[in-house]
Design a protein around this ligand. Sequence first.
Ligand code: NAP
Length: 485
Amino acid sequence: MSNEQIHAIVLKSVAASDYLQKISLHERAALMHSIADEITELGESLIQTAEQETGLPNARLQGEKGRTVGQWRSYANAIKSGLFAEARIDKGDGVQKADIRKYNKAVGPVAVFGASNFPFAFSTAGGDTASAIAAGCSVVYKEHPGHPATSQIMAEAIQRGLRKHGAPEGAFGYIQGAGNSVGEALVLHPAIKAVAFTGSLAGGKALFNLGVTREEPIPVFAEMGSVNPVFALPEFLQQNTSTFAQQYVGSLSLGVGQFCTNPGVLVVQKDASLASFKQQLQEEIAKIPAARMLHQGIANSYNQGRSQLLEQQGVEQIGAGSAAENGQGQGAIYSVDAKYFIDNPILSHEVFGPAGLLVECEDQQQMLAVLAQLGGQLTITFSATKGDMKQYVDLFNLAQKKCGRLLFGGMPTGVDVVLAMQHGGPFPSSTDSRFTSVGPDAIKRFLRPVSFQNWPDELLPQELQESNPLKIERIVDNKRELAYS
Ligand code: NAP
């Protein structure tokens, strides 16, 4: 797509952004439900197209489609309560103290880059698009080159939902074509006011740098994944050696390891249960069949990442799954002594796919050094008993500084779309750890506060008018005024 074509699409999105801000929260929510209805209506041809383009299995795609619809509906319901308008009213005294009223307003058109690994839930009609429209921003979407036909079907469903409400088509602009120059032109367009991205560290960082060095800098919310370390503490590991090996390998190999929350690093202590645990890991990974990865580029970089791991001092392969054909990913688990891990930053790089690295530590001090060596993470998991946690307080405290979501037990793959979810952590897992890209709070990324001082009531936005016509939750003279709907 040429720069002129991109320019024309962005211009339409400016007018549409005004429209989305002008309609009421209730109308915007209804429009979002219409888009959800249109996605629900999409039949087997959507699933088949996505299956063909991504290699993801039918059942997974069916589930992801349901999640995508759920995101539109839950973000729509969240805005209706006024939770994100964050209306604050200080009425003043009519004499010296001014009447000041503040609420959150849409930032303007948002550029969205979809992820290859979630062709529905984090792509064209995914969480970034839904949260931007919920905020009242139009979206200009750059298609992911890994699934263009799937994107096209989703884009048409969004357009049908918009038309049903008489909304302008520019509320969702669609940019076709592969190549960095297309995305760069979009981020550099002066009418774009924010960017949402999910993908590689190289891509996210490049777009972030572009966004902040524009004449008018803009926020670039990039979620770039991490190794999501799992700390398996001694008492827990002794009690659960074989079930835990099974659980870990299940999570590591889920979706051919192509999740940003994939647990790529497993940290343990060298104690009596370690030999048997490694044996169990070897047996479990051997059961994992090789499977097609999302695209050839991802398969190539997975294989390069594995080769690079094996070249590092102290790294050995514990076991592997069935052999892979071209384009497939083979499950594999490696081990390394913590003393090598601590001195070698290459070992803490994400290898996107079903490869795990077991890091063997002498004691808690060495576990702390391993965690200190790691960059910011989306998640950190403690596979531990409560007794373990009492002994490992320092590790727990350091973990809280390093990630967005802390798990006690379970595995980090699987990210619930709920208000309390945090999906985003310190760099390099994301570019702004204050925000989440999953759950209704993702809407906050595309809002900015505006105050109105001494304005006549009828000229104020509905969110701030005296009678509270939208019946939303507000704080009035420091007291909470509850939502009625
Ligand atoms: P990607 O290469 O980062 O691409 C994501 C999107 O950004 C694509 O639309 C791509 O389009 C665009 N893009 C990438 N670099 C750009 C740049 N410098 N300037 C402008 N646009 C750019 O991600 P991917 O293709 O999905 O997978 C590649 C790797 O990303 C994987 O091997 C994995 O390591 C990582 N990944 C991480 C996650 C996660 O959840 N964090 C998800 C998927 C993949 P063009 O190629 O058309 O420019």
